[in-house]
Design a protein around this ligand. Sequence first.
Ligand SMILES: [Zn+2]
Length: 112
Amino acid sequence: MKKDPRGQKPNIKNKRLNNPQSCIVCARRAGAFAVGNGGRFGWFCEVCGPDLAWKAFSAVHMDDVEMRACKAVAEMALDGDPDLVIHAAELPDFLSWCIIRFADAMRKEFAS
Ligand SMILES: [Zn+2]
């Protein structure tokens, strides 16, 4: 994972906490509502909803949850073929596919 300029792994949750632009669960565009307390808020999208948002808001090891979601997306992308090749022309569609699958994987993490 690429490190940030301060030499630390990026903390995605902190970027979504108190960020009305980003759903705290799936990192897609948030809606008009948030969960939270004590001046800390987690906005959520209409697909994730408040129940998943509370779970994400309360998650202690969010980096671990996100890494599991990323690994699940990677496994789906590879689909048993470790030599996946993506041509430049296919990259935008592939990235779009990954973003959607990441959001699904994050919802699945908090649905259980
Ligand atoms: Zn969401």
